[in-house]
Design a protein around this ligand. Structure first.
Ligand code: NDP
Length: 315
């Protein structure tokens, strides 16, 4: 019997994994344990040790992190760095101490070098400084790869990482300030429709992004923990041709929420990186049969979830 501990199990990605392993991806020889910060503060090594003592995981999916959108990152780089460094160091040290067979941690495409060639691939994580706006989060994430290589080299451990592009879906952080672009947009459009006001979008709308639906990412995580045997990171993203502009994303949200008012772009606000196009070639070679949910359908499902869960959603 495998016991798979999911840190960050109450968040956007964690709750999507929970949904798929309890339904379509269920297996009888796997027991899944999902924990959030109320169950254990992973910044605290003793609490983390107690968690490992009680769960006794054979496998770990490590998602827990301080996560936020561009504007939240800009204001708190030091905090993002220190919190995430502490959490990651504790989790990986305890995986080793408790003889965990496999740990899959989570990087992000936004931690890649700012000045780079496109498309970005898995070999480029350390090839130059990240964008200034989120250097704290980025360097802390990159250190996961350093830890994984260290545990492999010194202890023969199979601890690895995946690199998702922007994720969205049910249970996201829909906060207008701290949320990522899509959930913040969904919330703003909801309010604009309700209050009959214009929808104000930060920035020019021109930057390009790859977005993955949390349910698709969840199915990929499950396959990685079951089948991926390498220490080197693996990008989990939609393809290069599925990249959309923020303007395209706004259109999809506006359509899904049936907002008919004005959309205004506030170009005095920062755009962030213009693009960070990642290649999913390695992923498609590994899992050639994998099918992504179409973007508009995934937006529709996320909007529906937000509207139905407005009172209790994180916002
Ligand atoms: P969420 O913000 O939705 O969830 C974060 C999770 O981490 C929550 O379960 C939270 O617990 C937990 N957590 C935070 N701090 C602590 C702590 N000190 N101790 C224990 N648990 C803690 O994040 P996502 O689901 O969006 O992100 C999951 C992973 O995916 C992260 O590593 C993130 O960096 C990565 N990622 C996310 C992307 C995105 O677009 N969202 C893109 C690429 C990568 P609780 O809610 O109970 O407080």
């Amino acid at each position: 019997m495998k016991t798979i501990l999911v840190t960050g199990g109450t968040g956007l990605v964690g709750s999507a994994i929970r949904q798929v392993v309890e339904t379509t991806e269920k297996k009888d020889d796997e027991q899944w344990v999902f924990i959030g910060s109320k169950d254990c503060d992973l910044e605290n090594v003793e609490e983390t040790r107690k968690l490992f003592e009680s769960v006794k995981p054979t496998h770990v999916i490590h998602l827990a992190a301080m996560v936020g959108g561009l504007f939240h990152n800009l204001a708190h780089n030091l905090k993002f760095f220190r919190k995430n460094m502490a959490i990651n160091d504790n989790v990986l040290a305890l995986c080793h101490e408790f003889d965990v067979v496999k740990c899959v941690s989570c990087l992000s495409t936004c931690i890649f070098p700012d000045k780079t060639t496109y498309p970005i691939d898995e070999t480029m994580v350390h090839l130059g400084p990240p964008h200034d706006s989120n250097f704290g989060y980025s360097y802390a994430k990159r250190m996961i790869d350093v830890l994984n290589k260290g545990y492999a080299q010194e202890h023969g451990r199979k601890y690895t990482s995946v690199i998702p592009c922007n994720v969205f879906g049910p249970h996201d952080n829909y906060n207008l300030q701290a949320g990522h672009v899509l959930p913040a947009l969904i919330h703003k459009a909801f309010v604009a429709k309700r209050d009959n006001t214009s929808l104000e979008v930060f920035g020019s709308g021109k930057p390009l992004r790859q977005f993955i639906y949390s349910m698709d990412l969840a199915r990929l995580f499950v396959r990685v923990v079951r089948e991926y045997e390498d220490v080197e990171p693996l990008i989990l993203s939609v393809g290069e041709s599925d990249e959309v502009s923020i303007r395209d994303a706004v259109s999809a949200v506006v359509k899904a929420i049936e907002f008919t008012g004005n959309v205004e772009y506030d170009t005095s606000k920062a755009d962030g990186q213009f693009k960070k196009t990642a290649s999913n070639e390695k992923l498609l070679k590994l899992f050639p049969d994998f099918k992504f949910t179409p973007f508009e359908q995934a937006i529709q499902e996320s909007v529906q979830w937000f509207v139905e869960n407005y009172e209790t959603a994180r916002k």
